[in-house]
Write a protein that binds this ligand. Structure first.
Ligand code: ADP
Ligand code: LRH
Length: 480
């Protein structure tokens, strides 16, 4: 007899989706109910998320999913909405690629030096961390009027249930959480002038988050009650929860708009060496630490496709597969690639600046991006293993990039390690399994991972012995 499915709402930077999953201790099937574009909008005051369009997509998705046992929401990190005293949203949330945070970090560091910030929060420097976004907003009419701040999944949960909370894995990306305690870093907040009373009480994955409001049930065509369950609401935390690792010494790469490459640890690594290597200690489920580096990811290719008027992905990848390997590589971790616009020219300029041939065709640019990502993956995994003093025997690639066979193969070659690719919808699966665990349909973290390994299609790539070519390419990027 079919079980009533769980609904996972998973919002990535490139698309949102509502997935329905049936879960038993031995079976797991995932079906896409609805997928919708996530298209940022620029207005005179900056780059924003179209939050109402995303919310409408969620309601359409819930309607398409039909009766569900519970609902959970995850999304990208760091961004948030500000609400007034009546609980109304004050303006459209800013997009983390908006330039208002340029040069803001330096001002924050006058109050708390970067080494102290890292020792207290374990979060790598990125201009868009919530801490810097709040510093950029200081003195604005909007922040002055704000009485609460909800991270994107918490905001959408509030609209669905009328209840406010702050989910911990996503809160850890604000750079205002102490990763050792899982509580607010009060000293950092006080010294940087952040009012922690803006944040609703912390919730942990598995906690109840309320029930769909009557008008939501009505719009989604559902009959209540329908509980909303707190999941690992940072999409990367949900994706890591769904890494189908059965080995002890595994690394993961969550590849989508970003590549998040690293290890799952029991405790944070807060050394100065780790800070210098720009590794982050975000929180995962069950008190785990996601020790990883942010790499620009398939954003580089998405932006090229946009410049090329939505060039067909399959054609680009087929062309790239026929190109000479490692002709030119760029530093795929370079923040110079963060902002939108003119990506093919920026990649060509980076090649020129390091004395390498500029890619001449779309296929060559695509190959340059994939070779560069594989190289950045290799460096991140080697650095994580060294800094955390942990061996790595296998690399799991999850997220949309797991569908990119060339990227997976190149990553295996670059790392000199086997790569297990899949599932592509890891964030949605992690979302679902945390709900299923809270409702007693699946066991502990290991059981969740085994269930995914047993039920989802995975592809294994063995490394081919071309280490010296990758070493030489790495040396070219190191000069950039
Ligand atoms: P996000 O969650 O950040 O929006 P996804 O995890 O959905 O990103 O990954 C999106 C990316 O996955 C796309 O930009 C594309 O490069 C890659 N991708 C998706 N489908 C395929 C496919 N069939 N073949 C190769 N790559 C794919
Ligand atoms: C990936 C992601 C990543 C963050 C970035 C802002 O979707 O959540 O983990 O660093 O978006």
């Amino acid at each position: 007899m079919p079980h009533i499915p769980y609904a996972a709402i998973d919002l990535g930077a490139s698309s949102g989706r509502v997935m329905a999953a049936q879960v038993t201790p031995d079976t797991l099937t995932l079906t896409e109910s609805h997928r919708f574009a996530n298209r940022p909008v620029r207005t005179p005051d900056g780059l924003h998320w179209d939050i109402l369009a995303l919310y409408a997509g969620i309601l359409d998705g819930l309607r398409a999913a039909g009766p569900v046992r519970s609902v959970g929401i995850d999304s990208w990190a760091v961004d948030h909405g500000l609400l007034d005293a009546d609980g109304a949203l004050l303006g459209n949330p800013f997009h983390y690629r908006d330039s208002r945070t340029d040069q803001v970090a330096e001002k924050v560091w006058e109050s708390v030096p970067p080494a102290d910030l890292y020792a207290a929060t374990g979060i790598q420097y990125a201009p868009f961390n919530t801490l810097y976004q709040l510093a950029a907003a200081r003195g604005t009419a909007q922040l002055d009027a704000a009485r609460s701040l909800l991270m994107i999944p918490d905001l959408l949960t509030y609209w669905l249930t009328g209840q406010q909370g702050t989910e911990l894995t996503n809160a850890s990306t604000t750079q205002l959480i102490d990763p050792r305690t899982g509580d607010w870093a009060h000293d950092v907040a006080a010294r940087t002038g952040v009012d922690l009373t803006l944040f609703a009480p912390l919730r942990r994955p598995g906690d109840p988050a309320g029930e769909l409001l009557p008008h939501v049930l009505d719009e989604a065509g559902l009959t209540g009650p329908v509980p909303v369950t707190t999941v690992a609401s940072h999409d990367t935390a949900s994706a890591v929860a769904a890494v189908p690792a059965t080995e002890e010494h595994f690394a993961y790469i969550c590849t989508g708009t970003w590549s998040l490459a690293g290890l799952e640890l029991d405790a944070p690594v807060l050394t100065e060496e780790s800070r210098a290597a720009n590794f982050t200690n975000e929180l995962g489920i069950d008190g785990t630490v996601r020790y990883l580096r942010n790499i620009m990811g398939l954003w580089l290719l998405q932006e090229c496709q946009r410049t090329w008027r939505d060039a067909d992905l399959t054609e680009l990848l087929d062309g790239a597969a026929r190109c000479a390997p490692l002709r030119s590589v760029v530093d795929a971790g370079d923040p110079a690639f963060l902002a939108p616009g003119g990506m093919p020219d920026r990649i060509a300029a980076a090649c020129r600046a390091t004395g390498q041939p500029e890619p001449r065709t779309r296929a060559e640019t695509t190959r340059c991006i994939l070779d560069s990502l594989a190289l950045a993956h290799r460096r991140a995994i080697a650095d994580a293993a060294r800094l955390a003093d942990r061996p790595v025997d296998v690399v799991h690639i999850v997220g949309g990039g797991a569908r990119n066979a060339l990227l997976c193969r190149l990553t295996a070659d670059a790392c000199g390690l086997p790569v297990v690719a899949g599932p592509a919808e890891a964030a949605a699966l992690g979302n679902v399994l945390v709900q299923a665990r809270a409702h007693g349909d699946v066991g502990d973290r290991a059981a969740m991972r085994q269930l995914i390994a047993r039920t989802q299609r995975l592809t294994r790539y063995e490394p081919r012995g071309r280490r010296s070519e990758w070493d030489a390419a790495a040396a070219r990027v190191a000069t950039s």
